[in-house]
Write a protein that binds this ligand. Structure first.
Ligand SMILES: [Zn+2]
Length: 66
């Protein structure tokens, strides 16, 4: 029988700092970015934030690659 392990909100990904596949905590942040200061126009972009649970290195990546 396959058991579903109730793992934490994590994902095994490669960490540049550890140079290993390590457990990462993944979350999504919405960041407000200004397109042009003069317009005061903002776009809200989702970022995927990964934090290495081994060394604490955080990396964020924009989810919409325009
Ligand atoms: Zn790491």
């Amino acid at each position: 029988m396959a058991t579903t392990d109730d793992s934490i909100n994590g994902l095994t990904e490669y960490c540049d700092e550890c140079e290993l596949d390590t457990l990462h905590e993944v979350s999504v942040q919405i960041r407000t970015e200004s397109i042009k200061k003069e317009n005061a126009q903002f776009s809200r972009e989702p970022y995927r934030v990964c934090e290495c649970q081994r060394c604490g290195n955080r990396s964020s990546q924009r989810m919409n690659n325009a």
